[in-house]
Ligand binder design. Structure first.
Ligand code: C2E
Ligand code: CA
Ligand code: CA
Length: 663
């Protein structure tokens, strides 16, 4: 919206610029034209009057010449009639001269013209009597030689002087016309130059505006292209550019009869990073991941970001046999911890691979197949998986699951499995952990990893936890009533620690069931506490005050500091099964288990080991001084109906008093 108004503003300014240039050109053009018209008119006026004046002066000139001829003719004429005719012609010329001169004097005159005309007037008057004498003497004196003498010496010089003045006048008038023409020419050239300059200025302005507009448009187009084709956060190609590249790669592979691979990668603990350390750190991590992936592959391969914590790698000429190679390369790139302030963040990833042309043959299905394989990898926890058609049903139909989950909680589709926890001192079962399952009408029994994240997303964690607590406590009371002295561990999710009502609702459930608070163990992962440190601490303190036992679950997998853990009111640590399961083969894991047990004891905490699958692990834990153990070796999670049989028959089972309570 804001961008739009800005674009409108620029458009308006450009149009404004054009209008200003146009108006300027029109105004200056009009001024120029008026200037030319005025000059034209002036020239016309001047030349017209000057032409008339020149004509009159010529008339004077010719009258003078004719009179001179008459003057020379007269004395030699003998015949009285001829003489009379000539005299009449002579006088007529005088009249023609006077008329012309008088008309000339009445016209608009320049000072020089006026001066010359005044001179001519004076000279004419002076010459008048001398010339008249020629006529008179031609009539009365018979000696023509005398008259000629008079003409040559008196009359003609005067006459010539006048003619000279008339010539001067003519020259002056011609000069005036020439000056007017020159003037007009100057005006025209001035106007021409003005118009030329104006045209150039308008052209330059136009070019400048066009250049500006052009630049703007290309920049905007480029910006739009980057926005449309690249991910803003990481600068990597986005989904649409990836599609183009896939299409291109398909064409290339067809020509070269080669195979290529598509790897869809999803980070494993990214949501935790975002929730715990904030979006700023999350963004940093995403950028860094993009950077590392780019480093890990060749230049002709592509890394794109689909959004969230999902990346796609397009690997040129990759065969399914080499999947492990590329997967390990990617894992190696992410192996180095990400550092943020003093924390180091460990990120795992799940990869799904699909191949062209052996598995999928168009861009969309390549991505879809890689996506399905990625989900399989994520669920199995195996790191990476190659697509195969039998994975189809395990795909992301999470959306429908999510909508079914609410219904499932209400309509008793959930059930609890219980896994025994064995006390090392007595080697007898001391408690149970309740593990939820979803008996889905069409999909069968679903493990918690398949729907707990959905419950978190869908905001269903509170009702789910409520159901689990209520069911587990009822089960515990039933067992305790039968004489089994047991505790009951229930898992809380990170989201539960946002719910300030939780302590009150647990208190109510305890009261309702009649379970002693210390027989309820609540398991929280360390990262769950870190997600919401202040509320989390408040809730845990409240629960501790109520007398409930608190345990940190999956210890060792998160990145919380021990110093922080020390401040939590917890009673127990549960060492994550990943360390315990491998402890016999992996010295590193053994060291972690040993030091965790020591550390927990130093902090006054009890330790439970999970994932005990062998006698060897059990023995080793006993040597290390572990308090409790849990695992397939002693007992798998089992449904309620099998639990009692196990409690009766198992070697780990206690010598149960038949008393109503063993507490
Ligand atoms: P967890 O709390 O770490 O639970 C232990 C998981 O390890 C269980 O998986 C259990 O079946 C498995 N396990 C037990 N012994 C062994 C062993 O010897 N070897 C191996 N490899 N695995 C063993 P399950 O039941 O699939 O639960 C998975 C996770 O789901 C649990 O991890 C817990 O975090 C969560 N979860 C289970 N029930 C609930 C619940 O009611 N509420 C919440 N919020 N989370 C739950
Ligand atoms: Ca647990
Ligand atoms: Ca655990």
């Amino acid at each position: 919206m804001k961008k739009n108004t800005r674009h409108l503003g620029i458009g308006a300014r450009i149009w404004g610029g054009f209008v200003v240039v146009l108006a300027l050109m029109v105004a200056l053009g009009a001024i120029g034209l008026r200037y030319v018209a005025e000059a034209n008119q002036r020239l016309k006026d001047i030349t017209q009057t000057n032409n008339v004046k020149i004509e009159l002066a010529m008339e004077m000139h010719s009258a003078l010449r004719e009179r001179a001829i008459s003057m020379h003719t007269l004395p030699s004429l003998v015949d009285a009639f001829e003489k009379d005719d000539e005299i009449q012609r002579f006088n007529a010329e005088a009249t023609r001269y006077t008329k012309a001169r008088t008309r000339l004097e009445s016209m608009p005159l320049s000072p020089q013209e006026r001066e010359i005309l005044a001179k001519i007037f004076k000279m004419t008057r002076e010459a008048g009597s001398a010339v008249q004498l020629v006529v008179d003497r031609s009539i009365f004196i018979d000696d023509p030689a005398d008259v000629f003498e008079w003409i040559r010496h008196v009359a003609m010089p005067r006459q010539s002087a006048i003619a000279e003045q008339v010539n001067l006048l003519l020259d002056l008038q011609r000069n005036q016309t020439a000056a007017a023409v020159r003037d007009a020419e100057n005006s025209f050239s001035r106007v021409r130059n003005l118009m030329l300059g104006l045209g150039t200025a308008a052209l330059l302005t136009g070019i400048m505006i066009a250049g500006f507009v052009g630049q703007r448009v290309t920049r905007q187009a480029r910006q739009l292209e980057t926005q449309a084709m690249y991910d803003q956060l990481t600068g990597l190609p986005n989904r649409s550019l990836l599609h183009d590249r896939l299409q291109h790669e398909i064409g290339l592979s067809k020509r070269e009869h080669a195979s290529f691979g598509v790897v869809l990668m999803d980070l494993d603990r990214f949501k935790e990073v975002n929730d715990t350390l904030g979006h700023g750190v999350g963004d940093e991590v995403l950028r860094e991941v993009g950077h590392r992936l780019k480093e890990a592959i060749r230049a002709e391969d592509t890394v794109a970001r689909l959004g969230g914590d999902e990346y796609v790698l397009l690997i040129h000429k990759l065969e399914p046999e080499d999947a492990a190679l590329i997967a390990n390369k990617i894992f190696a790139a992410l192996d180095k911890p990400f550092h943020w302030q003093n924390q180091s963040i460990d990120l795992g990833a799940s990869l799904g691979l699909s191949f062209y042309p052996s598995q999928c043959d168009d861009a969309s299905s390549l991505l879809r197949c890689a996506d399905i394989a990625m989900y399989v990898a994520k669920r199995s926890g195996q790191g990476y998986a190659l697509y195969s058609p039998d994975q189809e049903h395990t795909s992301r139909d999470d959306l429908s699951l999510k909508s079914e989950l609410r219904e499932a909680i209400q309509s008793d589709q959930l059930s609890l499995y219980y896994q025994p926890q064995i006390d090392h001192l007595s080697r007898r079962v001391s408690g149970l952990e309740a593990l939820v399952r979803w008996n889905h009408p069409s999909r069968g029994l679903l493990a918690p990893d398949q729907f707990i994240p959905l419950a978190e997303d869908a905001g269903l964690i509170a009702p789910l936890t409520h159901w689990v607590l209520k069911t587990a406590l009822a089960q515990l009371v039933a067992l305790q009533k039968k004489g089994y002295a047991l505790t009951m561990a229930v898992n809380l999710s990170a989201r539960n620690l946002h719910d300030m009502e939780l302590p009150a609702s647990i208190l109510a459930l305890l009261a309702e069931s009649g379970v002693a608070p210390q027989d309820l163990i609540l398991e929280i992962t360390e990262s769950a506490v870190m997600t919401n440190p202040s509320n989390g601490l408040t809730i845990l303190t409240e629960l501790d005050r109520m007398g409930v036992t608190l345990a940190i679950d999956d210890f060792g997998t998160g990145y919380s500091s021990l110093a922080y853990l020390k401040r939590l009111p917890v009673d127990e640590l549960k060492i994550d099964k990943s360390f315990v399961t491998d402890m016999e083969e992996n010295d590193n894991d053994a060291v972690i288990v040993r030091s965790t047990i020591d550390l927990a004891h130093n902090l006054g905490l009890k330790v439970t080991a999970e994932g005990v699958e062998t006698q060897g692990a059990w023995d080793l834990l006993e040597i290390l001084g572990c308090d409790n153990s849990q695992g397939y070796f002693m007992g798998k999670p089992m449904p309620a109906e099998k639990l009692e049989a196990w409690l009766q028959a198992s070697a780990w089972s206690g010598v149960w008093t038949n008393a109503r309570t063993a507490r």
